[in-house]
Write a protein that binds this ligand. Structure first.
Ligand code: SR1
Ligand code: MG
Length: 406
């Protein structure tokens, strides 16, 4: 666990970041930079480097040898910085407009210098405020279809694909997901975190044998199904937006895994935001409109993803079986089922696991927060257990609507 082969590693400070950016010749005068540490995530330092005279800026993101959210008692590999940098570069081959530009990678310091996206906001924050992003579904569908298709066996030769699997082996970050998404929330584990008043609902979940059997299958898929280079942490905090721009950030959890995992995480975080608007949008009319918008994003993302992926399948597919009647339909059928199952796991872990979401946790009224967390547990459970019956994307939105308004 943890550690780094390169002894030259040291955590950067606002004073030493200049040593990383100076050789890039990006700024006119590196002695005139304003540097702030702005990281609010769970794992890393993020330095915002600005040159006021020219208005130029960059982001320097550095991995720490431990998980910042827990502290030094949780060592964590620095290799995740290489994975993130490589994954951003891979994505930029197919969707350069949808990821931040990587200017430089320093493996010794486990840091990446990239485009500053300060003119964007984190999608989670925007959605909590009830902002509508008209291009979001189109952009995320494109990101998913292009990155997932082009890194899969549908496009790469078997030899190239296995080279890629090797390059993106990410065992420590995968272990976090295996534990925090698929295991701990379903058992009485010390990493779990939920209000005492939720205890009986949580115990009911722990005692639900059918739920555990189905979750075991989803965890097994995450452990074993190396389909494509997935982002691995595609929640709404990993997406920067403006009205007409979308940038997917933070692929440090990237590895070769199930295609449905990314889609499911995205949908789950929209579903959690849907629930949270019973608090964040007190006006019933506004609330209904915004909640319906979120379901439209889910439906449009799926439809556009399917359309693009299918087009790539038909025009660039490499495997002889891809033209056999029924194979593509079978693929999408299983993909939707797994997407819904993974979404269920994400909804549950964000409610009672270690890493929560601000959508629900920022709700000041305790009773409302509790009621919505209870609904989230029901929703997650239904999605996992009934995913085989939810054979159309509209079944997913109907389920979210149904559980939320029950
Ligand atoms: C210890 S890391 C907790 C969570 O933060 C990351 O963004 C992942 O979602 C992970 O599960
Ligand atoms: Mg992250």
């Amino acid at each position: 666990m943890g550690g780094h082969a390169n002894a030259g590693y040291h955590p950067l400070t606002t004073e030493t970041v200049v040593q990383v950016v100076a050789p890039l010749n990006h700024f006119a005068d590196v002695n005139q930079l304003e540097i702030k540490e702005i990281g609010d995530g769970n794992l890393n330092y993020v330095f915002h480097v600005v040159e006021p005279a020219t208005g130029k800026s960059l982001i320097v993101k550095q991995a720490l040898p431990y998980a910042k959210v827990v502290g030094e008692s949780w060592p964590l590999t620095l290799d995740r910085a290489r994975i993130e940098s490589e994954a951003l570069r891979r994505a930029a081959e197919y969707v350069p407009a949808l990821v931040p530009k990587v200017h430089h990678t320093d493996e010794r310091l486990a840091c990446t210098v990239m485009e500053d996206l300060s003119d964007h906001v984190i999608l989670r924050k925007g959605l909590i405020q009830g902002q509508v992003y008209p291009k979001l579904a189109e952009h995320i569908a494109t990101f998913l279809a292009q990155t997932l298709f082009h890194t899969s066996d549908f496009f790469l030769s078997p030899l190239d694909k296995k080279e890629q699997v090797r390059a993106f082996i990410n065992p420590e970050l995968c272990k976090i997901t295996e534990d925090l998404v698929f295991t701990d929330p379903f058992f009485n584990h010390e990493t779990n975190d939920f209000p005492e008043a939720l205890q009986s609902s949580v115990e009911a979940l722990w005692n639900d044998l059918e739920l555990k059997r189905e979750t075991a299958k989803l965890k097994h898929a995450f452990l074993t199904r190396a389909e494509a280079l997935v982002h691995g942490d595609l929640h709404t905090g990993s997406i920067f937006v403006t009205a007409d721009s979308t940038k997917v950030i933070d692929p440090e959890f990237a590895y070769y895994g199930p295609i449905a995992f990314d889609i499911g995480q995205f949908f789950a975080n929209l579903a959690l935001n849907y629930l949270s608007h019973f608090h964040h949008s007190p006006d019933p009319q506004q609330r209904r409109t915004f909640q319906e918008y979120l379901l439209e994003v889910i439906e449009e993302t799926w439809a556009r993803f399917k359309e693009q992926f299918s087009q790539l399948w038909q025009t660039k597919g490499q495997d002889v079986y891809m033209q056999v009647a029924g194979v593509e339909d079978d693929f999408f059928e299983r993909l939707l089922e797994d997407t819904i199952g993974f979404a269920g796991c994400e909804v549950i872990r964000r409610t009672i696991g270690l890493a929560h979401v601000a959508d629900l946790d920022s709700i000041s009224d305790e009773e409302t927060q509790l009621r919505l967390k209870d609904k989230a547990l029901t929703l997650g459970s239904v999605l996992i257990k009934q995913r085989r019956q939810l054979t159309r994307i509209t079944h997913l939105s109907e389920t979210i609507r149904g559980v939320a308004h029950a």
